[in-house]
Design a binder for this molecule. Structure first.
Ligand code: SF4
Length: 354
């Protein structure tokens, strides 16, 4: 199967690389939008609700983006030529009732659409919209049966079975929308990686991404937590690889976290590739800094996103933002930032001698 998670996708956007070299602003390639901060699950490790992790310190848990604003942002995104939008949390994006209208509008306007979700509302008109207009849906989970799922998420027993049913119905429709799952591994569920991969494959999922739960703001805390289970996780992953075939893949993102925490570079190129718009109608540098003061590029409550993004003050903020000072915590884009910053460091007079 072709790689859907590569760190090198940014290479497809030479215009953005050129803009970074001359410290200009161009429309983002991809935007994450958090339509609501309301969630119907209460995961024990949720980065937006647990105080031990960095994300979401300033999040208003009941914030919901007004529909008129979301609709206006969609118009701007289409006009700007943004390539893709992913809906994510804050809260559970598929609880936003009028999301199907936005999904359809974006797709008809030439923008690819995807969502992260807990999958509880991946049914009815919501599922229809993504089946018809979505590029991918990624369902996050941690439990491997009704009891473990209810415990990890503070939901009633039976929700895991409901989720499996939603996945089966979604994938059996003949949709071209890829349904992936993200299994978050911790001490309560690491022995069930093979079992959950088998269940998800049988439900029709296209792939399962395996990642370690992030439980704190330092690599030491996280590695200490994972040290006692990491060998068993690798054994389970080896076993689960037997399930891989032409229609099902397993993506291993379970690894030590050290090198994603400390930054030695002074600009974040990835702001131009994937900024975030929160349910509070503020624009943030990325998902790891959404709802934090240091990641807040500004409010679009009183202005259109298209004006905000192209404004000189945004350009100043983007290029003055210093990860070595503001981002010494987990960063999903660190590997990509390292590669792009290496490219940006090339002397112009010598770039013609590759
Ligand atoms: S360096 Fe990482 S954490 Fe910091 S703003 Fe950039 S993408 Fe976000």
């Amino acid at each position: 199967m072709k790689n859907v998670y590569s760190d090198l996708k940014f290479m497809n956007y030479g215009n953005t690389l050129s803009a970074l070299r001359s410290r200009e602003i161009v429309p983002p390639v991809h935007i994450r939008i958090k339509p609501t901060n309301i969630c119907n699950h209460d995961c024990w490790y949720c980065a937006y609700h647990v105080s031990d992790v960095q994300l979401g310190g300033e999040m208003g848990a009941r914030d919901v983006m007004p529909f008129e604003k979301l609709n206006e942002i969609a118009d701007d995104i289409i006009e700007m030529g943004v390539a893709a939008v992913t809906f994510s949390g804050g809260g559970e994006p598929l609880l936003y009732k009028r999301l199907p209208e936005i999904v359809k509008k974006l797709k008809k306007g030439g923008v690819k659409v995807a969502t992260l979700t807990n999958g509880s509302n991946l049914k009815g008109t919501m599922a229809d919209a993504f089946q018809k207009y979505g590029s991918w849906v990624r369902v996050s989970l941690d439990g491997y049966d009704d009891v473990s799922y209810a415990k990890a998420r503070g939901v009633k027993e039976g929700e895991f079975s409901n989720l499996m049913n939603n996945i089966k119905l979604f994938t059996s429709s003949g949709t071209e929308c890829v349904l992936g799952c993200s299994y978050i591994v911790g001490k309560d569920n690491y022995e069930y990686i093979y079992d959950i991969c088998l269940k998800l494959k049988n439900a029709g999922a296209n792939h399962v991404k395996i990642s370690g739960v992030v439980i704190g703001n330092t690599p030491e805390e996280n590695n200490k937590y994972h040290n006692s289970i990491k060998n068993s996780v690798q054994e389970q992953l080896e076993l689960a690889k037997q399930l891989v075939d032409n229609s099902f893949d397993i993506v291993n993102h379970y690894h030590d976290l050290e090198d994603r925490f400390f930054k030695e570079y002074n600009t974040c190129p990835y702001i131009l590739y994937r900024p975030v718009i929160g349910a509070d109608c503020h624009v943030y540098t990325c998902q790891d800094k959404a709802y934090t003061e240091s990641g807040d590029l500004g409010s679009i409550n009183e202005m259109r996103f298209i004006e905000f993004w192209g404004d000189d003050s945004n350009q100043d903020k983007v290029y003055q933002f210093d990860p070595s000072k503001s981002c010494n915590h987990h960063c999903i884009s660190h590997t990509k930032n390292l590669i792009i910053n290496q490219y940006l460091s090339i002397d112009d007079d010598h770039i013609s001698f590759p």
